[in-house]
Structures are given as C-alpha cells and as structure tokens.
Ligand binder design. Structure first.
Ligand SMILES: CSC[C@H]1O[C@@H](n2cnc3c(O)ncnc32)[C@H](O)[C@@H]1O
Ligand SMILES: [Zn+2]
Length: 441
C-alpha cells in the first residue's frame, strides 16, 4: 500500500525543540506539524516531509522552538503607570501613588489603551498567555481577542467602590456576567480576583469561594506579600491571612496565591495538601522590597509554583525571560545553593506550571501532539548566545527578549521576524503619549 501523506497547515523545522513535557528534554533537528489550532505531530525533519503535505514549511535555522510563556500574574493596564512611582515599599507605593492615580484616571478607555501596550510588549517577548487582575476586565479581554493572545481575566473584587463597580456585590455580578459573555471564546477564560485579604472582608471572600465552585472558576489573590501584611492581620483579626483564607474555604486547587513571601513550614505543607498554586513574582517582590518567596521549599513539598511579572508599575516590564533569570538567580542567593531552581525547572515554571495553575495544563504550556499550537521561536544564533552547549540554559541565563523572533497562538502567527501582525505599534504609541500627558497633569 502506498503511503498517503496527511494534511498539515504549517510545519516548523528547527535545530532544537524544548517540549517541556514528555520523554524528551530536547529534540534535535525535529519538525512541529500544525493543523488548525493544534500540534498534530513532532518528528524528525527528514520524516516530516514524507508524512505530511500541504501548507507552509518554515525553516528556523539557529532557533529554539518552545511553548510560549504563561505570565501567571499581571495587571495589563498598569503599563500606563510604568515609571510613575519607583523605589518605594508596597504600601507607600499603593496608598500614596497608585491608588490615587487609579481613582483619577482609570476608565474603560484607559484599560483598553494600557492593555494594548502590554499586549504588544508581551508578544515581542514571547508571552502567549497571561492571567490578569484589573478593573474593566472586559476591555482587556477585547484587547486580547484583537491581539490573538490567550487570556485569563480575573474580575477584581474589593470592599471599595471604583469607576467599575459600587461594592462587593456589584463586582461579583460583574464576574458572573464576564464569565457568561466569554464562555464560548476559546482563547478567553474568566476567574475571580479578590484583591488581597486586607481589602476584601469575610462575607465577600466566602461568597467568592461559593461562586467559584458553582461556576467552576479559578480564583487569584495577592497573599502574604509582605511581613507587614501578616503582622497587621494578626493585630486586627487575630489570624494569619492564610489561615483566614482557609477558614473561608478558599484554600483549594482553584486558588492562585500570588507573592507568598512569608510562609511557615506548616503553611507550605497546607498549600501542598490543598493543591493551592503559588505564583512567584520575583522582580516585583525585589523592587518593592516585599521579601523572598521560598520557591525551592515549595517545589520540594510538591506545590505547583508558576511565574508572573506583576504589573509594569512595580516590575517595570513584562519580560518573562528576564523574570526567569531573576527567579533562578535569587533562589541560589537565598538558599546558598547553586543547584536551587535550575534552568529546566524555571523554564517549566514559566510555561507548564502557569498553564496548570490556570487549570489548562492539558491544553497548553508544553509542546505535545494534541495540545494547542502556542509556540515561540528564539534565535540563538546571535553574538549574545553563542556558542550553544545547552539551548535551555542559554535562554534562561543569556538570551534577551529581543531574540524571540516568531510567535503562534492556536496556530495563528502573531509575530514574524519581530513584526507585529495583529497590533498597530504606531497607533499604540500615539495613544500612550496622550495618556502620559493626562496622567502627568
Ligand atoms: C483590584 S484590581 C488590582 C489592584 O491591585 C493593585 N496592585 C498592583 N500590584 C499590586 C501588588 O503587588 N500588591 C497589591 N496590589 C497591587 C492595583 O494597583 C489595583 O488597584
Ligand atoms: Zn499584582
């Protein structure tokens, strides 16, 4: 029987592929075969030509192909506050600078324009999927859909009113409506985002736990960000925030606990037992002098730890390659052990662990047949990353985000040879310049 080649829409050929999951750490001279939104096969380049026909064949000499980054915690629209208030500790930064600025300028248009700036930066640095917590999440969802990015919008909940909602019940209604509106859009998912234990009281927190269960939604909260947060909770409610969150039924595998710089051994064990996900934001924690998340201990205890940049007002970028390097280096400094957080582990945190935290580990976060084709190409054939003994270590310890040359999300190309294909860079820059005037005034 003659062999009939199967159909492919796109075949990507490269000297190295890092699948992140599966039997192989690294595949040499392989091709990724894509049909529709999915990866259908990964096989030696020589075989791919015989077994698949049709579509485009792209040869990426000198490149590493890997899954796109999953930025597991950010505030997209805060890109418009980048550089507004630097070198301050968390509470001074929030209470005296960011919250006053937000109360003056945040609107749906602000979120549209800020999210577009963030989306463009994300595409240019290899992030294919992000988890966002901010006001007017519907506007960020629209931008993600326009950009072609995969997005998880965590509808905020606070005790306080904002331009978006009048109070906790109103935020919860908005979350329910948002989930219904985007239910059938494959690239957009919705969650609930109680801001922090110090801004959301017991009644709405318990309502969030019940609603998340009822609608099958993930929950994201800033938790144990600083020692002062824990001390103040002990003073005011007589419990550590994590104990309070647990008492209100929120400590479950739905929860993405962001920051977590203050943890006892018992708390680490409790996180592992409950399947709670921890989102590590090392650069924001360093810049706001918030503390150090004990990532090494969490991973050893079996906790899923993912990586996020936090917003550009506290980072000040959305660069996941930079975030990986910072995470790897501080883990070594913090533990005094050079083998803490090796390159492969930090790369998994920036991809597959983020997908798992979002409940999407079976669809994205690694390159396996059947998974969505969310792929980036990184050019290692540059002065800065030569010679290449190990492409994975090279990405974590030497590469810059400008070496990301191509991106596909669900098989669609969003950037080719560093050209943005879905967003208008000059229009974004024009809008940002106008916002800078308004915010400065
Ligand atoms: C309710 S929308 C999100 C809310 O969070 C604020 N925010 C941004 N970064 C942080 C952080 O590291 N800790 C606590 N809160 C943060 C942001 O300004 C919005 O008000
Ligand atoms: Zn945050």
């Amino acid at each position: 029987m003659p062999h009939v080649p199967a159909h492919a829409d796109l075949i990507l050929q490269a000297p190295w592929i890092a699948p992140i999951e599966g039997p192989d750490r690294l595949l040499k001279d392989h091709a990724i075969v894509i049909a529709g939104t999915r990866i259908v096969d990964i096989l030696p380049i020589t075989e791919a030509g015989r077994r698949y026909k049709g579509g485009e064949i792209m040869r990426l000499d000198g490149h590493l192909l890997m899954p796109g980054f999953v930025n597991a915690h950010t505030h997209m629209a805060m890109h418009l506050f980048r550089g507004l208030a630097d070198d301050l500790p968390l509470m001074t930064w929030l209470q005296e600078h960011i919250w006053p600025a937000e109360s003056r300028v945040v609107s749906e248009q602000f979120v549209l324009d800020g999210s577009r700036l963030a989306a463009a930066e994300m595409i240019r640095s290899g992030t294919t999927c992000f988890a966002d917590m901010y006001f007017f999440p519907d506007a960020t969802a629209k931008v993600a859909a326009e950009a072609g990015l995969r997005a998880n919008l965590f509808c905020p909940v606070l005790d306080f009113p904002s331009a978006m909602c009048s109070g906790p019940e109103d935020y919860l209604r908005a979350a329910t409506q948002l989930a219904a509106k985007w239910e059938h859009e494959p690239l957009i998912s919705v969650g609930i985002g109680p801001h922090a234990p110090y801004t959301v009281s017991d009644t709405p927190l318990a309502r969030i736990a019940a609603l998340a269960e009822e609608l099958n939604l993930p929950v994201m909260i800033h938790l144990h960000e600083t020692a002062a947060e824990v001390d103040s909770s002990l003073d005011t409610v007589g419990a550590r925030p994590l104990d309070r969150i647990d008492r209100l039924n929120l400590l479950t595998k739905r929860l993405m606990a962001v920051h977590m710089t203050q943890l006892t051994d018992d708390e680490i064990a409790r996180l592992a037992e409950t399947g709670t996900h921890v989102i590590h934001c090392p650069e924001s924690n360093l810049k706001l002098a918030s503390g150090f998340c004990p990532v090494d201990q969490l991973l050893a205890a079996g906790v899923n730890v993912a990586l996020g940049t936090d917003g550009a007002a506290s980072n000040n970028d959305a660069d996941m390659i930079g975030e990986m390097r910072t995470a790897a280096l501080i883990a070594k400094g913090f533990t005094g052990r050079a083998d803490a957080l090796p390159a492969d582990t930090v790369l998994a945190m920036a991809t597959l662990n983020g997908a798992r935290a979002l409940g999407q580990g079976d669809r994205i976060g690694s390159l396996l047949p059947g998974k969505q084709a969310d792929i980036i190409a990184i050019d290692l054939n540059r002065i800065e990353t030569q010679p290449v003994y190990d492409p994975i270590a090279q990405v974590v310890y030497a590469a810059g985000r400008d070496q990301v040359t191509h991106m596909w999300v669900a098989g669609r190309c969003l950037m080719a040879d560093r050209e943005l294909l879905t967003l208008n860079a000059s229009g974004i820059l024009r809008d940002v310049a106008q916002w800078q005037e308004t915010i400065r005034d």
